[in-house]
Design a protein around this ligand. Structure first.
Ligand SMILES: Nc1ncnc2c1ncn2[C@@H]1O[C@H](COP(=O)(O)OP(=O)(O)OP(=O)(O)O)[C@@H](O)[C@H]1O
Length: 215
């Protein structure tokens, strides 16, 4: 398929662009000549049936895999040229929980802050965990948490990571109604503060400034 998605921008906006993207997996061409452009304060919702290529597109946008043709740009710079700078601006949450199972929820946040070189006090880490309903669970090993509680730790990570660009693969999976509401609010806050979000979801996403890309 081919598609073009674009959001309007002003001079100081951050911009994520995919230009002429072509993706082949195995024998199948998933998409070709795909152009997307998303700017500060906007959310791109990538939709489509199972196996159509949503995760593959997200991986191209993160730089984890390379397109057969075309290129991804962050603020007019190819992400292939300086991936380290790009990755500092990026938070990617994939299908699998990116948590260390033998560390506690609090230790996970502290470990990621250290890896990301982000200043994070114990009070800030606890406040983030408490915001997402993990009061009393801070010092439990992650392998003792439920699937939804693990997703809540990741929401706390989104809050503490301070990345401008969020690329989220099925972020609403395994969340109860309250957590879906909290995650939606977190995304709305991020967009309102000039962040950018690209996400996949099989559900409707009730977020302002959302553009839908149907693969
Ligand atoms: N490394 C690979 N080698 C071969 N085929 C692959 C590879 N990775 C993905 N695919 C295939 O590419 C297609 C798209 O996969 P992708 O995970 O991008 O789909 P998706 O739209 O995210 O699906 P879902 O909604 O089920 O998560 C699938 O048919 C998958 O089997």
């Amino acid at each position: 398929m081919t598609a073009n998605i674009s959001t309007t921008s002003s001079k100081n906006d951050l911009v994520l662009e995919g230009r002429g993207l072509r993706c082949v997996r195995g024998e199948r061409q998933l998409f070709t000549d795909l152009n997307i452009r998303i700017t500060s304060g906007n959310c791109l919702h990538v939709r489509g049936e199972n196996g159509v290529g949503k995760t593959s597109l997200l991986r191209l946008l993160t730089g984890l895999s390379k397109p057969e043709s075309g290129e991804v740009f962050w603020c007019d710079h190819s992400i292939a040229i300086d991936p380290a700078t790009y990755h500092r601006e990026l938070l990617f949450l994939g299908h699998r929980d990116a948590l260390k199972e033998d560390l506690t929820a609090l230790e996970n946040l502290q470990m990621y802050a250290a890896l990301d070189d982000v200043a994070l006090s114990q009070e800030q880490a606890l406040a983030a965990l408490w915001r997402f309903g993990l009061r009393g669970r801070e010092n439990l090993s992650v392998n003792c948490l439920s699937a939804g509680q693990k997703r809540r730790v990741l929401m706390a990570r989104m809050l503490t990571r301070q990345a401008k660009l969020w690329i989220l693969d099925e972020p609403f999976n395994a969340l109860d109604i309250e957590a879906v509401h909290e995650l939606r609010n977190l995304i709305i806050e991020h967009i309102a503060s000039g962040g950018l979000v690209v996400l996949t979801s099989h559900q409707e996403v009730h977020i302002p400034n959302v553009q839908v890309l149907e693969l």
